[in-house]
Design a protein around this ligand. Structure first.
Ligand code: TNX
Length: 529
């Protein structure tokens, strides 16, 4: 099978040409300059590791070289790219660095799967490093194709987050939403401001609030699964993600899901006393106090500091499951918090409950469950854009089947496999294509510890989502995707990425790496949806 037939996500235009394949030889070089050098360097690193070739970066190409360069692409957006392979050369072109990054991911899949391994690991049999002759012109359907990692219920170290960015970005997923705070924990350092008349001690958010996680009876709060990011750590994640065309979207969940903040800052509670930390998986019991002026001072300080370390356009303020807030208080607080975020120059994002509140122009509504109509109305009236995370098509925390050792199973219609996350159209319920910002798969982590477990729930379902977001609806086909998915198993296995070996997919090219070299958490106290 021609490897061009296996690409994920499926490109918009692909033609295999009659020309002979390109073969990468030890003498090959990579030609690039200026803004193309970053992607050229990444391609060089990947190919050097697999082939052991020198692959120097040079300014001018000769026959047999790989070329990365910028060109005009009148029809494409910032992520559009082209790949042209003949027997003589491989040319990757784009208008922007994001496009060249995407082109490299496509080229990577055009090489044999052995490209994902170290040279010495290939057992001495040198594969032929050939690439089929193709012409590809590609651009995404939707601008935002994301995953969400709940680092509040279970902490992930900076190194773990970087590893997840590496894995997701090969599928051209370009946004990682970090759910930084929740009832169980607060994960982002907030400095005490120089002027601090009310005396809120923000350092306690992490010294106290950072020490939680969802507890698992008999397993406990294992080290590495509690903790927090310093602002320096956060910048490190943002910078790393940017080199992989991934935008970081930070979330502070407000006005519910705030128990860790209420434990850290006693003045936020009506009685002025700290709440105890709570490591159960319970939801919906905590709220900020709309009548307390310190609530707004606190949110202004936190969002201000977060905005200052977030170069991307989005600031997520949560808004979900504020079950004990009271409607009027909810509206009063969310309106003010959204205005604060907008005042910081950010596009505010919130879960779809917040679409009941009048939102600033151009806000983003992240739909996860319930009625879609308020989100569609915000789009029509306030220019809102909709980010689709319907639980039954995107929730990566759900079990694959009742025997899954980890995962929740509260979402109606579940459990869910790769197919439910593939066979749907995000433009539904009256959402216009222009109003659709994109798709996102949230990985809530009440039952998850560490990257092996995270990856097992994430893959292959996130691969389905990547194609939903990238490829045009009319180009997507379940049976063909099933086939392509199966061929991808070997690449994930070589990368050391665990995945669920869905029984209806042919993974015979390679088994998945073991999932269970970390303890499987015992059932946490389960949410009551
Ligand atoms: C609902 S989805 C939540 C989270 C839970 C998740 C578990 C959403 C906006 N809120 O607090 O972790 O369900 O599936």
């Amino acid at each position: 099978m021609n490897l061009a037939e296996n690409l994920i996500p499926r490109p918009q235009h692909l033609a295999t040409s009659g020309s002979a394949a390109f073969t990468l030889h030890a003498s090959a070089r990579i030609a690039a300059s200026g803004g193309a050098l970053a992607s050229a360097g990444q391609l060089a690193a990947l190919l050097r590791r697999a082939t052991g070739y020198a692959l120097p970066l040079v300014a001018e190409a000769l026959p047999g070289d790989l070329v990365l360069e910028f060109t005009d692409m009148p029809d494409g957006g910032p992520e559009a790219y082209a790949v042209s392979v003949t027997a003589e050369s491989v040319r990757l072109t784009a208008t922007d660095p994001a496009g060249l990054f995407n082109a490299v991911q496509t080229l990577r899949q055009l090489f044999p799967a052995a490209v994902e391994g170290a040279a010495e690991g290939t057992g001495g049999t040198e594969p032929a490093w050939t690439v089929p002759a193709v012409e590809i012109a590609d651009t995404p359907r939707l601008p935002y194709r994301g995953l969400m990692l709940d680092v509040a219920r279970s902490f992930f170290t900076v190194a773990e987050v970087k590893q997840q960015i590496d894995t997701m970005s090969q599928f051209k997923l370009n946004a990682l939403h970090l759910h930084l705070t929740d009832d169980q924990a607060w994960r982002i350092e907030i400095h005490n401001p120089a002027e601090n008349p009310s005396g809120l001690d923000y350092s306690r958010l992490t010294s106290v609030g950072g020490q939680g996680a969802v507890d698992h009876p008999g397993v406990g709060l294992t080290p590495g699964h509690t903790g927090f990011y310093t602002q320096q750590d956060f910048r490190e994640i943002v910078d790393y993600a940017a080199t992989r065309n991934v935008l970081i979207v930070p979330e502070i969940d407000l006005p519910g899901h705030v128990n860790a903040a209420l434990a850290a800052l006693p003045q936020l509670n009506p009685d002025g006393r700290p709440r105890p930390m709570n490591t159960s998986g319970e939801v919906g019991y905590s709220t900020l106090d709309a009548a307390n002026p310190l609530t707004y001072e606190f949110v202004r300080e936190v969002l201000g500091q977060l905005a200052a370390i977030t170069p991307g356009p989005y600031l997520h303020i949560g808004g979900d499951e504020a079950l004990v807030t009271g409607h009027d208080n909810y509206v009063a607080m969310v309106r003010e918090f959204a205005a604060i975020a907008a005042g910081l120059g950010k596009t505010v994002v919130g879960w779809n409950e917040y679409a009941d509140v009048e939102l600033p122009q151009g806000a983003v509504v992240q739909y996860w469950h319930g009625e879609l109509a308020p989100a569609v109305r915000q789009a029509a009236e306030n220019g809102a854009r909709i980010l689709m995370s319907p639980a039954a098509n995107t929730y990566l925390d759900q079990k694959y089947d009742s025997a899954s050792p980890i995962g929740l199973e509260w979402v109606e219609g579940g459990p869910f496999t790769w197919a439910e996350y593939y066979a749907w159209d995000p433009a539904q319920g009256g959402i216009g294509e222009e109003q659709l910002l994109g798709v996102e798969g949230p990985l809530w982590t009440e039952t998850v510890r560490g990257n092996r477990q995270a990856a097992w729930l994430t893959y292959p379902r996130a691969i389905s989502l990547a194609e939903v977001g990238w490829s045009r609806q009319e180009d997507r086909e379940l049976q063909d995707f099933r086939r392509r998915l199966g061929t991808f198993g070997e690449r994930l296995a070589r990368q050391g990425v665990t995945f669920q070996e869905a029984p209806d997919v042919d993974w015979s090219a390679a088994p998945a790496p073991a999932f269970s070299d970390e303890p499987v958490p015992a059932e946490p106290q389960v949410r009551n949806n």
